[in-house]
Structures are given as structure tokens and as C-alpha cells.
Design a protein around this ligand. Sequence first.
Ligand code: HEM
Length: 417
Amino acid sequence: MTNNIPREEGLDHSLSLLREGYMYILNRKKSFASNIFETRLLGQSAICMSGEKAAELFYDEEKFMRKGVAPKRLQKTLFGEQGVQALDDEAHRHRKSMFMSLMTKSRLQVLHEITKMQWQIAAMKWEQMEQIVLYDEAKEIMCRIACEWSGVPVKEEELKEQAEQLAALFESPTALGPQHWKGRYARKQLEQWVGGLVNQVREGHLTPPEGTALREISLHKDLEGKWLEEKVAAVEVVNILRPIVAIAIYVNFTALSIHHYPEQKAKLETADAKYFQMFVQEVRRFYPFFPMAAAKVRKDFTWEGYTFKEGTLTLLDLYGTNHDAELWDNPDIFNPDRFTGWGKSPFDFLPQGGGDYMMGHRCAGEFVTIEIMEVSLNFLVNQLAYQLPEQDLSYSLVSMPSIPRSGIVLKNIQRIV
Ligand code: HEM
């Protein structure tokens, strides 16, 4: 039996997507009472899907591909060109296995120690200050962590600017005007700088430790046994640095959750490692970050009676699936305990995509994110005393990425020793 996919009428709905942000697919899912609908975005036909079954389909590599999917404005800012995100099949698996080889237990332990140390150093500085904006500080701290962990040498006097440039890559993709151009300019600058470092590694003038991103990416060989083009290697190193800096957003949401749910803070003060893990999972489920993932149909197929035509842009709702009432009880309530009974499906919890790390496009840095968030949560709960002055703590479900408006101002900061 064939079914017609519910269709949103109109010439193009890109503006509605920008206006409704994280809620765009969820709103239509509700009005069509369907987990799938068709619309027009960026001048082309597009299918939007949500939920666990849709995620399972979306991550079927035989049905969908990524080449040529990301719009230019995202390639020029967020992703870069010719990076792992745009690869398919053998070339993707080969590059992805290099990324995943950076995420060993021992390298995550190194990351844990670096993160702990960087928070402590920052806190000593904050004790001397009247107040701080946590988002700005966290970007800088994450940049220090990212560079140290990746074997990227950075001069102290340049660190602030590098943090700002890396942040511009994820703050600018959907922005218009100067902020968007700031992101494009930042990418050019960063790729030039990192490309130079790649070159130095290859010529033996720089020897980052084994297992670090700078070293492994610089010396990685493609399927033909050749080094990546210098520019592509730079894109991939930035693919490690940029998202680590972006964890500053999750740090902000972590601080927000501690503030909004004081009973949770009390619980965390005596909680075990398992509860810390569940808390971090809930922060990643509850708060908005990546709204959706995009792919295109590889060749015609039928699924549940719906026809998917070759080349059709297809969007999977990440935020909406994390808030799907069929998958999560009371999804709009913050409740870390919900993860006690979670079945660990690779398709129902999608803050960083779904499916398989090696075979598919699931985020390569999920373990890194969780490690940094757990250390940061412990720091904010058990190692730091502070107050929040009057400020605007609201966050938008429209602007992408969403960041609490005040950036979270903290005052009267003291270390708990
Ligand atoms: C891919 C989210 C942190 C590296 C992705 C995807 C999402 C995502 C949604 C795409 C999934 C898809 O296309 O199906 C996030 C979020 C993060 C984060 C919300 C929190 C800050 C990280 C970190 C790293 C990283 C820390 C590296 C250390 C990557 C890479 C890919 C990716 C390399 C491309 C994977 C591929 O195409 O195979 N991420 N990510 N991400 N992420 Fe992350």
C-alpha cells in the first residue's frame, strides 16, 4: 500500500524554519499528527522526519548519503569543506575510524585531568574578580582544553582570539550580515593557522604526542595511501577544536539546570558517578543544541508506504526526538532519573546524532563531550561557591545555537577546598 506524505503547501518555508528554529519540525509534527511530512526548504523539496523509527531509517547508509548536502553557508562556517561530514561509504568509514582512534580510554583520562586542571586555574583567577560571564570564560577554558588535548601549540597572547574565532564558527552559521561574515573570516584564519601546524608536523619541526589529533590527522593517509591535502587536514583538526569549544554552551546549560533545580544540586552533592552520568544525559536531552541532521535520498525506495525519491533532502529532527512524548515521559520536565531505565537505543536519544559511530555519521566527539561535561558539573557543584545576580536567564527556541541570554553571570566566586 502506498501512502501520501503529508505536505506543507507553499513555495518555500526556509523563513519559517528560521523563525521557528528548534520547534519547526515539532510544530508541524503536531499539526499534521505525523512523524513525517514534506515541505520546501532552500528552494527544494524536503522531507522532515522525527522519532525513533525515523532515526533508524535516516541512519541506514544504504538509503541516505551526505555528499553535497550541507548548504554553502554552513560549509563556509561550521563544517569546512571536504571534511568527514560530507563523505560517504568507504572513504567515510576510513576517515571516521581515524577520528574514533583518538577517543581511547587513556586519551579520555588525559582529557579528564586537563579539564579538571583548567577549571581550577580559572577559578583562582575568578576569586579576584567581581563577577564573570560564564559563557565567555567557558569558551576560553574549552579552547585551552581543546588545544592541549589535541597537541596544538597556542601562544598565551593569542588564545583569547583563537577561542573567539573557533566560537564564531558555530555562532555564525544561521546569522545574517556581519556576524555571518565574521564566521567565514574566522574559518579562513583558522584553516591557515592550523594548516601551517600540519605542515610543520609533516616536516618534523613539530612533534605533538602520539594519539593527539594534530599528530594523527596530519599523518593520516587516505585510501590511496596519501596524506590529506593540507587544507583538508586543517578542516579535520578544526573539526576537533571547534566542537570542544562549543561544549561551553552545554556548560552554560549545566549551570542553568543547577540553578533552576536546586533540589538536584543538593542531590548531586552526595551523588555517585552514575547519577552524574544521568544528569549530564538529561542536560543533553533537555536543552536545545543541534536542531536537526541532514542527508539526501541515495536512490528511490519505499518505507512504510511512503515514497522517497532519489536526491530528496531529508531532515531528522534531533531536538524533537529528544522531546518526543512517545519516547520520553513528560519530556518537558527536567528529570535525570529517567535515564535509570533507559534502554540505550541508538535511535531515541539524539543530542549528537544516532546510529553507529564507526559505520555512520554519529558525532565522533560524544565521549569527549560527556567526559568534559561530567568534570565541569562536578566542578560547578562541588568545587565552586558563587551567586547569580539578577539577570536574563531565558534562552530561545528560535535562534540557533541557543545560549542563555545573559551568558550566566556569576559573582562572589570562591573555590571550595
Ligand atoms: C557530528 C553534535 C561535540 C566531532 C555531529 C553531529 C551532531 C553533533 C548532531 C552530526 C550527526 C549526523 O550528521 O548524523 C554535537 C554536539 C556537541 C558535539 C551537540 C557538543 C558540543 C563534538 C566534539 C567533537 C565532535 C567534542 C570532537 C572532539 C564531531 C565530528 C562529527 C560530528 C567529527 C562528524 C561525524 C561524521 O560525519 O561521521 N556532532 N557534537 N563533536 N561531531 Fe559532534
